[in-house]
Ligand binder design. Structure first.
Ligand SMILES: *Cc1c(COP(=O)(O)O)cnc(C)c1O
Length: 419
């Protein structure tokens, strides 16, 4: 019997097998037919400490005995209050206010609305946004508008709003990126904000750039009074080696987007953090200046309890040591692949390792990606390539043996004839 489920980013017409997962722990997924898979991409970049971390599961269970859901306009609850304070404690100092939502896309929408709301409320309306080529910020209309255009949003292009784009800072040509940003910041129609993923452009193909560029971009925005929005939905929570990627550049944004690892990857939740001027521009005795945004599940108590458990894990377990150890293991294994001619542009940022498979196959949809993904699935590995880009982004608790299996399979794929 065929399933009525319409899967995300899945071409059902190809009838590729869809494994049925029953339970998981650490970096291991178990399927109904007794199969075991290594989760090499943290279930699409969300699972940080491993699946079903006992502390997060216990926090969720406990919260379900107390309060399931509450309107968050004009009402509040302890899990949200505790979480907001806990976040402010560990996030860069200028970020003083926490707005809750429920996905990466939504917290980006919130960030864009906050930026435009800021300029409107201080009486100097601005609407233009600056973005970086190859960026991904989510799949809702606003988030797609600030992301890279391509086959995945072509049908909706007429609805996407115009933005100004700067080139990706390719190594050795960083100045061109900075010059472009400077030029756009000086444009007569002043931009409201620049939004960017720090250090690693995830869905754009795990493209990596250094902290010095990030620091320069931040300085240019500050010099020209353009709000600086960081989308750390993927890079946050240790992926790049530090809690936030922006720490490595010693900079803080005006607005910060977080989701994915916020609950350790257990249940959906997102936050948009804002510096005081953004909040103050909305605070008034005039109701028409309030921030007009809400979703039904804003600050869901069960999700907040999971996020509080995540913060406790960061405070009390050796998470930073695990991240450093995983980074070192990734580095060593990447070096081990250096002998394969077909694997090029081997790169790493913190716990994220990526490379290109040099096979000419005609682009994202033409075929190598899904075939590689199937090749890995047949070997008990959850890896999802993006076009020719292979990347490894496991939960921080992955066992050495499992990481070795991933790299052995990548090596095997590199020697195979894919023509
Ligand atoms: C995944 C991602 C998003 C979107 O998050 P969803 O929860 O899938 O909506 C936004 N920005 C970045 C950088 C992401 O990697």
């Amino acid at each position: 019997m065929s399933s009525p489920v319409w899967h995300a980013f899945t071409q059902h017409g190809l009838r590729e097998p869809i494994p049925l997962v029953t339970h998981a722990e650490g970096a291991t997924l178990h399927t109904a037919d007794g199969g075991r898979f290594v989760d090499g991409i943290s279930s699409w970049w969300v699972t940080t400490h491993g699946h079903c971390h006992p502390r997060i599961m216990a926090a969720i269970r406990a919260q379900t005995e107390q309060l399931d859901q509450l309107i968050f306009a004009g009402w509040t609850h302890e899990p949200a209050e505790t979480l907001a304070r806990g976040l402010i404690d560990i996030m860069p100092a200028p970020l003083a206010h926490v707005f809750f939502s429920d996905s990466g896309s939504t917290c980006v929408e919130v960030a864009i609305k906050m930026a435009l709301g800021y300029w409107a409320n201080i009486g100097a309306p601005r609407h233009r946004l600056i973005v970086m080529e190859s960026s991904y910020h989510g799949d809702t209309i606003g988030a797609m508008s600030v992301g890279e255009r391509g086959v995945y949003n072509r049908a909706y292009a007429p609805l996407l709003f115009d933005v100004d784009s700067i080139p990706f800072p390719v190594a050795g040509a960083e100045q061109a990126t900075l010059d472009a940003l400077e030029r756009l910041c000086r444009a007569p129609e002043r931009p409201a904000a620049f939004i960017v993923e720090p250090l690693v452009l995830g869905a754009g193909g795990m493209r990596m750039y250094g902290p010095a560029v990030l620091r320069e971009m931040r300085a240019i925005c500050a010099a020209h009074d353009v709000l600086f929005i960081l989308d750390e939905v993927m890079t946050g929570w240790g992926r790049t080696g530090t809690l936030l990627a922006c720490e490595q550049a010693g900079v803080a944004p005006d607005i910060l987007c977080l989701s994915k690892g916020l609950t350790g990857g257990s249940v959906p939740l997102a936050v948009t953090l804002a510096a005081a001027p953004i909040f103050e521009a909305h605070r008034s005795e005039d109701r028409s200046r309030m921030f007009f945004h809400s979703s039904s599940y804003t600050a869901n108590p069960i999700a907040c309890a999971a996020a509080n458990a995540n913060l406790a894990i960061w405070r009390e377990e050796p998470v930073r040591e695990r991240i450093a150890a995983l980074g070192a293991m990734q580095e060593e294994r990447l070096r081990g692949l250096a002998g394969h001619d077909r694997l090029v542009d081997l790169r790493r940022c913190g716990t994220i390792a990526a490379m290109e498979m040099a096979v000419d196959d005609g682009g994202y949809l033409a075929g190598l990606g899904p075939r590689l993904t199937a090749f890995f699935r047949d070997r008990g590995l959850l890896l999802r390539t993006m076009g020719n880009t292979i990347y490894v982004m496991p939960p921080y608790c992955i066992e050495t043996d499992d990481l070795d299996r991933i790299y052995a399979a990548i090596g095997e794929a590199a020697e195979r004839d894919w023509a």
